[in-house]
Design a protein around this ligand. Structure first.
Ligand code: SAM
Ligand code: SF4
Length: 374
């Protein structure tokens, strides 16, 4: 089983961000949140006493804002709550301005063996335009500190930011690819209701066109591949052996538990570890007070109030297997497509060894290919 733990606090909210994250929160609120989170971890350990925890991912928000004491206490709780806690991969998301030597050592001492940092861009104009707290020099210095402490780490870049050019993308992706064995390159998503979406709607900010963004993505894939960093998922690139096992678990639909505000879970087993005969997806409330209040008023995992719960049908499961599996280099089992020929999108599919995956061209037009297949 995979564990995702959410830390929803940030120093400042970035203009494009729609993740469950809150800025300017009091220490008292952070304390109440972490207390509730540890209570939910205890409930989860009781509900899944036989779960073998393969991977842990502490995401945010900004987990590097945690103090060394908070980090130690959170990981001690995980170790005491789960009997079979010996994950091979323990990842944590950090931000450049708070990834200090002290915090990185605390994570390493707590058992973290993989770090993922959001660089987003190496252009100060870009960083300022979306309200990032750090500049490019701060991100470079933090990457060097991470490299000193961890062999396995990842750097994130967003393409489609206001000041992107082909030359900038080539240089920044080339630079992060020389530093890290794993790079994520995301196309900017303009999330409804964010300050960036408002600024674009009011013509105060201009973003690159879809064609330009597609070109940036091609440049990124090309630059990384020349450095031996290969695409293994639409937005993820790694040297062999450095693929993120936790995220691969999502795309292959392993069972996972998401603990903390706004976190999602996919549960397939009962307390004995036997198949439930159904697959259940659920999420926790995003609102901090609703999350904390919900945890504090119950005594067992199954009674925790959820924001969303869905029992998946066979058809849902098949659709998810196709949509998630086709994002990856390994693709899906051919039988999921029931021997069908997809006519005009067939040229975007690679078939072989009983599996189907997308060609490089297919990845660029993935949404249209999926719409045709499903
Ligand atoms: C969960 S976020 C948190 C990471 C961390 N707090 C940070 O800001 O660096 C993980 C990654 O998602 C990406 N991301 C967040 N919002 C995005 C958006 N609207 N469009 C594209 N990528 C986004 C960023 O690259 C970010 O590093
Ligand atoms: S620091 Fe990360 S999680 Fe926080 S608002 Fe910015 S992108 Fe979102």
């Amino acid at each position: 089983m995979e564990l995702y733990i959410h830390f929803p606090f940030c120093r400042k909210k970035c203009a494009y961000c729609d993740f469950t994250s809150y800025a300017n929160c009091s220490e008292a609120l952070v304390f109440s949140y972490l207390t509730a989170l540890k209570r939910e971890i205890t409930f989860a350990g009781e509900r899944f006493p036989n779960a073998v925890i393969d991977t842990v991912y502490l995401g945010g928000g900004t987990p590097s804002l945690m103090t060394p004491r908070e980090i130690e206490s959170l990981f001690n709780k995980l170790r005491s709550a789960f009997k079979h806690f010996g994950p091979s991969e323990v990842s944590v998301e950090v931000n450049p301005e708070s990834a200090t030597d002290e915090v990185l050592s605390a994570f390493r001492d707590a058992g973290v063996n993989r770090v993922s940092m959001g660089v987003q861009s190496l252009s100060d104009d870009n960083l300022r335009s979306v309200g990032r707290v750090h500049d490019a020099a701060t991100a470079r210095a933090a990457a060097a500190r991470i490299a000193k402490n961890f062999d396995n780490f990842s750097l994130d870049i967003i393409v489609g930011l206001p000041y992107d050019t082909p030359q900038l993308v080539r240089e920044e992706v080339g630079e992060v690819g020389e530093l890290a064995p794993h790079v994520s390159v995301y196309e900017l998503t303009l999330e409804e209701g964010t300050p960036l979406a408002c600024a674009v709607a009011e013509d105060r900010v201009w973003l690159p066109s879809d064609d330009e963004v597609a070109e940036y993505m091609d440049i990124a894939a090309d630059v990384l591949s020349r450095g031996g960093i290969e695409r293994y998922e639409v937005s993820n690139f790694a040297k062999r052996g450095f693929e993120c096992r936790h995220n691969l678990g999502y795309w292959t639909r392993e069972e996972y538990l998401g603990l903390g505000a706004g976190a999602h879970s996919l549960v397939k087993t009962d307390a004995e570890g036997k198949a439930l005969g159904a697959e259940i997806r659920f999420a926790s409330p995003k609102d901090l007070n609703a999350y904390i209040g919900g945890i504090n008023c119950v005594d067992a995992f199954d009674d925790v109030p959820r924001a969303d719960m869905q029992v998946l049908t066979e058809a849902d499961i098949r659709t998810e297997r196709i949509m998630l599996g086709l994002r990856t280099r390994e693709g899906i089992e051919e039988e999921l497509l029931a021997g069908r020929d997809f006519g005009r999108v067939e040229r975007f599919l690679k078939r072989g060894g009983g599996r189907v995956s997308l060609t490089d061209e297919g990845i660029a037009v993935m949404n249209s290919v999926l719409a045709e297949i499903i």
